[in-house]
Design a protein around this ligand. Structure first.
Ligand code: NAD
Length: 424
């Protein structure tokens, strides 16, 4: 087993560092003496009436030295615009290394975020991460076709792996990643940010508490206009597919986690405008229908050439929950509709708004806690594999122009780990 305990100066470690010159009973390490106070949440007196919404209180960040050290691999849009800034909001995670094919870019970013020059790697020197004990977790933010290779190499370097969605281009690659992490006794989590997001968590809770009655239908539209034809998202070898694995995975995943069920029959319809240079290799749009064992169904459309559209609606016998936008990084709006309790002749439509901390900070902190406390991630590799199996079935269905049947799951939330308990 690798040493991935938080970097606390334990008495044993300190004695080792001082060559055992101090006797155990005489010596009190100053950092250890301060540690318990720094990990206790600071409480402030309540100033609001009970009728006001509850506040989470001040955040309780871990001291830098106790946090899990992360290396981020791939310095493109998602890393620079969302993930690196999110370390500023995280409470258990700290950025300690960068991996990029572009040395000058990596050096500029390292300066911005205080990463040491010795902790910059490229895709060849990546395996030397094994000699960097500061790095405990590696976040793979590369084109989809590279997820499998770098997950396997990270596990072989003794690191826990957090990998962007889609987990890989094929379910066979997902299985290789799972096997490699199992063999190296490392955790593998998939970055399904919305499963850590407060509005999505509230809808999951409403669904499990049957507040919407029996769930009947989920609908969603997720589209964006991709434009630039030469990007990797339009190359089948790099992306695995088009709109379906990139943005369709959010609709597919939401239908699964809101209901907790796994689909047993799926049908897909693929479309690309003939002659459009963006869609020579991958599909422009995809529509799919999923049938679940309870009778619940999902119907979703996904686009690479519509103006940004990200809405969803979950419908039950007694009410509905609707979000627009529903899949964005921020600004989510949740409305809930059901018969009014106080006016039986009326429907109530309420907006439920939660604070919107960085989804990336939340998912990274959850994974850091899993590393620190040896917990299975809420969105483990099996969750990523489940999506890839369904995506493969959907492509088969679209190609053969018929519904495809899938095996049933034995229980609700069949592939998910324990729910996240991140604060805020
Ligand atoms: P991007 O194109 O902006 O960045 C990709 C990075 O990989 C770039 O730095 C690029 O230089 C590097 N790279 C290395 N080898 C490459 C190659 N052969 N071809 C192209 N680029 C190469 O992409 P992105 O939007 O940052 O997406 C990266 C990953 O993150 C993808 O898996 C994507 O699905 C995922 N993603 C997830 C979310 C989310 O909300 N969770 C959002 C966007 C992207």
């Amino acid at each position: 087993m690798m040493d991935d305990a938080p970097r606390l100066w334990t008495r044993r470690r300190m004695l080792g560092a001082t060559g055992g010159l101090l006797t155990a009973s005489a010596w009190v390490p100053p950092v250890l003496a301060a540690a318990p106070a720094s990990t206790q949440p600071v409480k402030l007196p309540d100033i609001f009436a009970k009728t006001e919404r509850e506040r989470p209180g001040p955040p309780n960040p871990q001291p830098e030295t106790e946090r899990v050290g992360w290396a981020v691999v791939g310095l493109g849009h998602l890393s620079l615009e969302e993930i690196l800034p999110a370390f500023g909001q995280s409470k258990r995670s700290r950025l300690v290394a960068l991996v990029s094919g572009d040395r000058a870019k990596a050096q500029a970013i390292a300066k911005q975020y205080g990463v040491a020059d010795k902790s910059l790697y490229d895709y060849k020197s990546f395996d030397q991460l094994k000699d960097n004990p500061e790095v405990q977790a590696v976040y793979i933010v590369l084109p989809n076709s590279m997820h499998a290779e770098f997950t396997v190499r990270a596990a072989q370097a003794g690191k826990h792996v957090f990998c962007e969605k889609p987990m890989a281009n094929t379910s066979a690659e997902c299985q290789q990643m799972i096997d490699a992490c199992k063999k190296a006794d490392r955790k593998l989590g998939i970055a399904y940010r919305l499963q850590y997001e407060p509005h999505h968590r509230a809808v999951i809770q409403m669904a499990r508490n049957k507040e919407l009655g029996t769930l009947k239908l989920f609908t969603a539209n997720n589209g964006q206009n991709q434009g630039e034809p030469n990007q990797w998202r339009h190359k089948k070898a790099l992306a695995g597919g088009g709109a379906l694995p990139d943005v369709g995975i959010y609709c597919l995943s939401a239908a699964r986690y809101f209901s907790g069920e796994e689909p047993t029959e799926v049908q897909g319809f693929s479309h690309s405008t003939p002659g459009d240079p963006c869609f020579k290799e991958v599909e422009e749009s995809f529509a799919f229908h999923l049938r679940f064992p309870s009778g619940f169904q999902a119907h979703c459309t996904i686009h690479y050439s519509t103006h940004e559209t990200k809405d969803l609606r979950l419908m039950g016998t007694d009410g509905w929950a609707s979000m627009d936008p529903g899949f964005s990084y921020s600004g989510l709006r949740l409305r809930v509709g059901m018969k009014s309790r106080s006016f039986p002749k009326a429907d109530d439509t309420v907006e439920r708004s939660f604070s919107q901390p960085s989804q990336f900070a939340r998912e990274m902190d959850h994974f850091s806690r899993c590393v620190q406390e040896n917990v299975v991630p809420h969105t483990p590799s099996e969750e990523g594999l489940a999506d890839l199996r369904i995506i493969e079935a959907l492509y088969r269905s679209a190609q053969e122009r018929k519904a495809v049947r899938l095996g049933a799951a034995k229980k609700l939330d069949a592939f998910r780990g324990p729910p996240p308990k991140e604060e805020g």
